[in-house]
Design a protein around this ligand. Structure first.
Ligand SMILES: Cc1cc2nc3c(=O)[nH]c(=O)nc-3n(C[C@H](O)[C@H](O)[C@H](O)COP(=O)(O)O)c2cc1C
Length: 358
């Protein structure tokens, strides 16, 4: 059936589809659907407290008997730089004024935390079958503990050099994240957004460079994309944006409307929303200040000053300052629940591969 079963066997799943972790827009409901459909459900933990992450995993364990993936960011935290913060506030002042807000108002710091000892204890307690990291790997001591807890460890690479680094540092499989992908670029050995390869180019080059199985990500939203990924040598796919359209995602009403109206030209890579490059549906801030600005404070501090703007604009029905992370295939969305989507994607892929084989 599947031409390469390495990911199916490594993760002990039925179809080689990983539901991509998507911080801020999904919880356990999408994971459960993906698992019921035979794929791997992922819990994004970057914006969750330890208690919330534990609760979500416990709900998953009660509802399905299937492996799960806990996903963490592992950027090196940078203290907020007062000069850059005030420059950024100045740049945003016209928007504060337009929305009737005080540009000097105090706001809560943006909450995207890297993997740390506390989260590592949670992994040791909950024993997820898979742990995935974005932005490289945590330090060796933490990584060793994750492995000792029995987790299969995977990480995202956006260039061949990152894939080789991840393999050398213990990755059991590698997610090759092409430039089409929605959300943050997992880049950690390069800062050059302009030279990020697309999925079609990245996947076979990563497959050639590493021995561990490769999971293709970025712009894959139907059976054709999955068949293409396998043709390029991938043993699995990681799909995010297609799951955003499902009723199981926690995207806001405004966000859902923006996705529904999106086309192949709607998304851009920007750093103005958080300070790190990420792909999303272009909004007013990206158009007027970005999409890429050298004034944006380092990740995640750029997001701090945007908090009140986002809330005030959304009250007026506008997504001018809202993250609408999505990949270039956003318009290929199927309208169905996560379990049916996973089954449909697998069935379409197998059909497509059979018909290509003649
Ligand atoms: C809304 C959204 C949020 C994301 N958040 C995360 C995250 O928290 N952790 C992570 O490893 N990847 C995250 N990603 C990236 C995905 O892992 C994956 O690379 C991407 O969704 C694949 O491309 P696609 O969206 O075209 O399917 C996110 C993607 C989207 C669309």
């Amino acid at each position: 059936m599947w031409p390469d079963r390495r990911i199916i066997e490594l993760f002990k799943i039925h179809v080689p589809i990983v539901q991509a972790p998507m911080a801020g827009v999904q919880d356990v409901d999408v994971m459960i659907g993906a698992a019921e459909g035979g794929g791997l459900g992922s819990l994004p933990c970057a914006m969750l407290s330890v208690e919330k992450a534990r609760e979500q995993v416990q709900i998953f364990r009660q509802r399905v008997s299937a492996p799960l993936n806990m996903n963490f960011f592992c950027h090196t935290p940078v203290e907020a730089d007062a000069d850059r913060e005030s420059g950024w506030r100045k740049r945003l002042t016209p928007y504060f004024q337009e929305l009737g807000l005080d540009p000097g108002m105090s706001v809560n710091a943006a909450n995207r935390a890297p993997f740390d000892a506390q989260m590592c204890e949670l992994v040791e307690e909950l024993k997820p079958e898979v742990v995935s990291f974005h932005f490289g790997f945590p330090d060796n001591a933490l990584l060793k503990r994750v492995k000792a807890a029995g987790a299969i460890v995977i990480g995202s690479a956006t260039i061949v050099k990152e894939a080789v680094w991840l393999e050398q540092n213990g990755a059991d499989a590698i997610i090759a994240q092409g430039a089409e992908a929605g959300g943050h670029r997992g880049m950690f050995l390069t800062q050059n957004i302009a030279s990020q390869p697309g999925t079609m180019s990245l996947v076979p080059q990563v497959v050639d460079a590493v021995r561990v199985p490769v999971i293709a990500a970025g712009g894959i939203a139907d059976g054709r994309g999955i068949a293409a990924a396998f043709a390029l040598g991938a043993a699995g796919v990681q799909i995010g944006t297609a799951y955003l359209h499902t009723p199981d995602s926690k995207i806001s009403v405004l966000g859902r409307a923006a996705l529904t109206g999106a086309t192949d030209e709607s998304t851009v890579i920007t750093n103005v929303m958080t300070g790190r490059p990420a792909r999303g549906v272009a909004n007013r801030l990206m158009r007027e200040v970005g999409p890429v600005s050298s004034e944006a404070p380092a990740f995640p501090h750029a997001a701090t000053a945007l908090g009140p703007l986002k809330v005030a604009a959304e009250k007026l029905g506008r997504v001018d300052f809202t993250n609408l992370w999505a990949g270039q295939s956003v318009a290929l969305g199927h309208q169905m629940g996560a379990a049916d989507l996973t089954r449909a994607l697998a069935a379409e892929a197998l059909d497509r591969m059979r018909s290509l084989a003649g």
